[in-house]
Design a protein around this ligand. Structure first.
Ligand code: OAD
Length: 230
């Protein structure tokens, strides 16, 4: 039986792939207002602006590729049952070859009906943009399959179940400022080792001991691999 490694990733794991994080000094939220592009109210106020924001991000995604950290997590499946819970909307974990990836905040390469959050469609690579007037199978307008601020996070229940079964828990590249994702660490069973890779100091919402690797994701993963190499 392989041990179960549960990983929580955030924007920082994709930073070395050239995808901007949200809250660093050059982050997305320095340039855009969350209220405008990442809330249902923003979408209903100016749907075209929001569709274009995600259309540009989606088109740009093909210029970015998995980095060593994504690849190392995929490789670790040889040794562990690896479950990745990601806050990221990119598909770099999947492209690196990870087989169990749960997206908490949605996926750029999917769209859904504005009337039915369960009516999700994949966006074909030859026409990746969503335009006003593009309809879901129920006849309602398509919107990005993104969990916006103020919306429920349906995958959190499954994520909690995964975390509760962890034999090792690894956090990579997240400021842990957005809930409920940040609260997942509370469900790590007591006595289970927690590792955290981030170049900055990150405050955990629990008072527990953590193996901090204060490095960027690729270097941090190299160190993590040495630490767990037994
Ligand atoms: P943040 O931008 O809040 O945090 C990024 C984290 O990555 C910070 O702790 C950085 O120090 C770290 N970081 C930067 N470069 C790194 C590197 N090369 N290697 C490793 N870590 C690095 O991003 P998230 O925590 O992912 O949600 O943000 C959470 C959610 O807030 C996102 O999913 C998004 C955002 O608003 C939605 O849009 C719904």
């Amino acid at each position: 039986m392989k041990k179960r490694l549960v990983v929580l990733t955030g924007a920082g794991i994709s930073a070395e792939s050239g995808i901007r994080t949200f809250r660093d000094s050059d982050g997305m939220w320095e340039e855009y207002r969350v209220e405008d592009v990442a809330t249902p109210e923003g979408f209903f106020r100016d749907p075209e602006l929001v569709l274009n924001f995600y259309n540009r991000m989606r088109q740009d995604l093909k210029n970015h590729h998995p980095n060593f950290a994504h690849e190392a997590l995929a490789q670790l499946e040889n040794k562990y049952d690896v479950s990745i819970i990601t806050q990221n909307i990119d598909d770099l974990h999947e492209r690196a070859g990870s087989s169990e990836v749960l997206h908490l905040h949605g996926e750029l390469l999917k769209a859904r009906s504005i009337d039915d959050e369960n009516l999700v469609v994949s966006l074909p690579f030859d026409s990746l943009d969503i335009a006003l007037g593009d309809k879901a199978p129920d006849g309602a307008q398509l919107r990005p399959h993104i969990v916006w601020f103020g919306e429920p996070v349906p995958n959190i229940e499954l994520a909690i179940q995964w975390v509760q079964k962890a034999d090792l828990f690894l956090i990579i590249g997240t400021s842990l400022l957005v809930y409920p994702a940040a609260g997942l660490v509370r469900y790590v069973p007591s006595g289970i080792p927690i590792y955290l890779i981030d170049p900055k100091e990150v405050k955990l919402p629990v008072n527990t001991s953590v193996n901090v690797i204060q490095k960027v994701a690729s270097e941090g993963m190299r160190e993590f691999l040495k630490m767990v190499d037994d």
